[in-house]
Design a protein around this ligand. Structure first.
Ligand SMILES: [Zn+2]
Length: 427
């Protein structure tokens, strides 16, 4: 059986550091998980200060409150001996423990209790030895047994990545994702994990049972609009990211999508079907916005990332496809209308969820790399604008789709606009 873990939320750490020498402590404990957290302390004036565990839905907030605990200021030596006793799975004597706490020691008598000790001199007395400032104990008449303790650190979340990862520019960025199905759902999760601060989600569809095999949202969300299902999932996982769901159709509601793009830094399109991709390509070009289009070709055999840059020497989606056809390759675009999410009776789609998620995550990487490259991070330059990822390659595919091994990734350069293109040439 693992030892009881006592968790101390940030607020509790701050309060214990600022409090006097001792007081009572209340813990909320889950016996099933053998874990508890400090939920209230009293200070010498007799005032009881509640300590909150965030989020409010945390499982321990409904745990059983165990009163009768204490907290003490203690010597650093107590913590050193506690560490050693913990390794040996032995206990310290009550007399030694009482001697090492500054004042107010409460004899356990017949009622065991949980104690927390704070050793402000841990680092001063034992520099570099890793002696913890806080320790937790089970105080019994037979001895004092060390428990495990975990204090919430000052810095958690994306701030932990500073300075290795450019957290601030990404936190300030807005990315719109058009299409939040199997690929787009994974893109949205990955963008949130990269730390993009605001995500605007556009999709007119509901999450239904047949989507579950490939979608990142689970059965508890069936029936919701996909954009709301994703928002509700991410609110739990990444409360620091702002999610803006819009149940809009990029073609029918293009007039409502246009202002969303106007205040975005980049758009990712993971909608299936030729028409939505063309609309996003057109709207992005008009808005002067970078776009990343992701899809799977050949019934899920190849993942494709296409980055469209609103530059005079780079063509839109239609121009990229035209250039491909002109070079003797096949235009894969029409096959996209088969609908890889559902398939058709004649061409059932066999793409597996994680393959689609991989494409979605690669799209998120391409999007974030584009934002960062523009913000002056040369290590985020992509090898090209057209990425092909082999998921289930088959022999005989024409170039440039002739990938041979699963996991192979090929990057090609973007082509210039085709003369007379209504999207690329300024109206
Ligand atoms: Zn064009």
């Amino acid at each position: 059986m693992n030892r009881l873990l006592v968790m101390v939320p940030r607020e509790g750490v701050d309060r214990l550091r600022a409090a006097g020498s001792h007081g009572s402590a209340t813990f909320r404990v889950s016996d099933a998980e053998n874990v508890g957290y400090l939920c209230a302390i009293s200070v010498k004036e007799g005032l009881t200060l509640p300590v909150g565990m965030t989020p409010r839905t945390h499982f321990l907030n409904s745990g059983e409150a165990r009163q009768g605990g204490f907290w003490y200021r203690a010597t650093a030596d107590l913590h050193v001996h506690g560490m050693a006793a913990g390794h040996r799975q032995s206990a310290l004597t009550v007399a030694y423990f009482a001697e090492q706490v500054r004042s107010g020691f409460k004899n356990p008598g017949r009622s065991d209790y949980i104690a927390l000790t704070y050793a402000p001199n841990a680092e001063i007395d034992h520099p570099g030895a890793g002696v913890a400032e806080f320790a937790a104990w089970l105080v019994t008449a037979d001895g004092v047994k060390p428990l495990d303790v975990a204090c919430e650190p000052q810095v958690v979340g994306d701030a932990q990545l500073v300075p290795q990862w450019p957290v601030d520019p990404l936190a300030a960025a807005t990315v719109t994702v058009v299409g939040t199905g199997s690929i787009g759902g994974a893109t949205v999760h990955a963008l949130a994990d990269y730390g993009v601060g605001r995500l605007v989600l556009v999709d007119p569809d509901r999450l239904l049972w047949h989507n579950l095999v490939r979608h990142v949202s689970g059965p508890a969300q069936v029936g919701k609009m996909k954009v709301f299902a994703l928002r509700d999932d991410l609110e739990k996982l990444r409360p620091d990211i702002h999610i803006e769901p819009h149940a809009l159709d990029v073609i029918r509601d293009a007039d409502k999508v246009r202002p969303l793009l106007a205040r975005s830094d980049l758009v990712v399109c993971t909608a299936d079907g030729v028409a939505p991709r063309r609309v996003v390509s057109h709207l992005a070009r008009r808005a002067g916005l970078e776009a990343v289009l992701a899809c799977v070709l050949e019934d899920g055999g190849i993942g494709e990332i296409l980055r469209l840059r609103p530059w005079p020497d780079r063509g839109c989606l239609v121009c990229q496809r035209q250039a491909l056809t002109d070079a003797g390759a096949i235009d894969p675009e029409p096959a996209l209308d088969a609908g890889y999410g559902t398939g058709t009776r004649h061409r059932p789609m066999t793409a597996v969820g994680s393959d689609l998620h991989l494409v979605g995550q690669l799209a998120a990487k391409a999007a974030v790399a584009t934002l960062l490259e523009c913000a002056g991070h040369p290590d985020q330059r992509l090898p090209g604008d057209h990425g092909l990822l082999a998921l289930r390659p088959k022999p005989g595919w024409p170039p440039p789709f002739d990938l041979a091994r699963a996991g192979e990734l090929r990057w090609l350069d973007a082509r210039p606009p085709v003369s007379g293109c209504p999207t690329c040439e300024e109206p």
